[in-house]
Structure formats: C-alpha cells, structure tokens
Design a protein. Structure first.
Length: 227
C-alpha cells in the first residue's frame, strides 16, 4: 500500500498574522485542495493522511466532504515544527503501508506524473525526492550583504515535494532525528542522517510553493485559473 501525507500545518508567517495559507482561496478551491485532488486522482496512491493546524480540523473535514476526497482516511492536528507534523502523520498511516509520500499542502501544482515518478523511485531505491537543478548563479555570503564567493551551481539542486520513501526507512530516520534532538527541514535530511543514499527525481516543470500573497497569482496562472 502507498500512503500520502499532505502537510498543511505550517504557521504561514510570511502571509501575515493569523493567515493559514492552506485554506486561502486559489480560484474556486482552497490551496490545499489542489494537492489533495492530485493525490486523490493518482493511481499510485491508496490512502491520504491530511495534517492541519488544530484550529482547522473542522474546516478540513468539511473540505474533504465537499470535494469528495474519498482517499483521505485520517485528518490529524499538526505541531509547531514540520518534522513533528510529519511524525503525527506517520503515526496515522494505515498499517499496511509500505511506501509513504510526503507533500507540502502549499504546493498546488503537483501532478499525478510527478507523484508516480517519486513513488517509482522509492519502490526501486528506497526514496525518490522531487528536485530541480539550480540555474541561477549562487553567491555565498558569510554575513551582511558582502559576497564571500560564488558557489558552483552545477552541483546544486533545489529540493521540493513530493518526497517518497519506503516506510521503514523513513521511520528509522525519524527515530534517529528524535534521539539526536536535531531539527530537519525536510524528510530527505532525516534520511541523510542515517547515511543512506537520497535519490533525486529531476522535475523541471513548475512546482511553486505558496509562501507569499504574490505566489497565489503565480500558481493561478500555472493552473490556468480564470478570474
């Protein structure tokens, strides 16, 4: 069984106080629903666990019902840090799960094709991480705004979601994260702590993450939302 965890429990700090970007309108649907529908329609996904802010549990249940999201088996309250929200999602996946796919609910442009590619990589190698090559010139700044040196961009990738893993691998990684008391910003970093290979799945199509109000307009254009 392949289970997905859609994480939509962030603080949305760059959106302004009190704003929950996951439930902002993006055309006719809340931001998080675009991701949920992509996973709902994916032939590679059997079950979905949705992780939201505690105060959004009722809204999340209403959204699942309204949009007929039959694969959503659990809706759970997240925590302060991303890794803690993911851990709560992992605790809620079906016991038959062998592959788990983690996705940011703030990335509405995810497609069934990308989901399939990450799942296939995880089944073959243990994990599959959506990523793209960095094309901009990157400067390293030690402090302030003075450039220390230029980084070789040919070795740099920007990592995104979805991130797919064999469940036992990710559980071992999270156990190590907890035992060492470290903070990780994505699941791949947790697996890196184990010394296991992290495989990237190159994806050059737009996979924007909603972090500011301006990103909503970009996502709307990419999704071809009118009005």
């Amino acid at each position: 069984m392949v289970s997905a965890i859609i994480v939509a429990a962030g603080r949305s700090e760059r959106m302004g106080s009190g704003t929950d970007k996951a439930f902002l309108s993006l055309g006719p649907k809340p931001v998080v629903v675009w991701s949920l529908l992509a996973f709902e329609g994916s032939a590679d996904i059997d079950k979905i666990v949705l992780v939201v802010r505690r105060e959004q549990l009722v809204a999340a249940k209403a959204v699942v019902q309204m949009f007929g999201l039959s694969k959503v088996s659990e809706i759970v309250a997240g925590a302060g840090r991303r890794q803690d929200s993911v851990a709560k999602g992992l605790a809620a996946v079906a016991p038959e799960t062998r592959i788990v796919v983690i996705h940011d609910g703030a990335r509405p442009c995810v497609t069934a094709e990308l989901i399939a590619e990450t799942v296939k990589a995880a089944q073959k190698t243990g994990c599959g991480i959506a990523a793209n090559r960095i094309v901009d010139t990157v400067k390293y700044v030690e402090r302030g705004t003075v450039v220390d040196h230029t980084v070789d961009r040919t070795k740099l990738w920007a990592v995104q979601t979805p991130q797919a893993f064999k469940l036992d691998l990710l559980l071992r990684a999270y156990k190590k994260v907890e035992s060492e008391g470290v903070t990780v910003t994505d699941e791949a970093a947790a697996v890196e702590l184990l010394g296991e290979a992290v495989r990237l799945v190159e994806w050059q199509k737009p996979n924007v993450k909603i972090t500011t109000v301006e990103d909503l307009a970009v996502a709307a254009a990419l999704l071809r939302i009118n009005g």
